[in-house]
Design a protein. Structure first.
Length: 79
């Protein structure tokens, strides 16, 4: 785990929440919180993308592991 990355994420989330929920800043940036229906729409579009990406990563790791095993076994045979 990268502590600097985690710290940067926490600070970024914190800044977003402050801008969103402090009325003066929300007015300045012209933003408003999403309601329940809008969050459901966001999830409807983003969850399938995340699931497909995770499936592709899993398949890629399995293929890489099989290729590595194949290379290692062929190197042992050559020695």
């Amino acid at each position: 785990a990268n502590p600097y990355l985690i710290l940067a994420m926490v600070v970024s989330f914190g800044m977003h929440f402050v801008i969103l929920y402090v009325d003066v800043l929300a007015d300045m940036f012209n933003v408003c919180p999403l309601d329940w229906d809008e969050w459901m729409l966001v999830l409807a579009f983003s969850l399938p993308v995340i699931l497909i990406d995770e499936v592709l990563k899993f398949a890629g790791r399995r293929m890489s592991a099989k290729e590595l095993q194949k290379r290692m076994s062929s190197e042992k045979k050559m020695q």
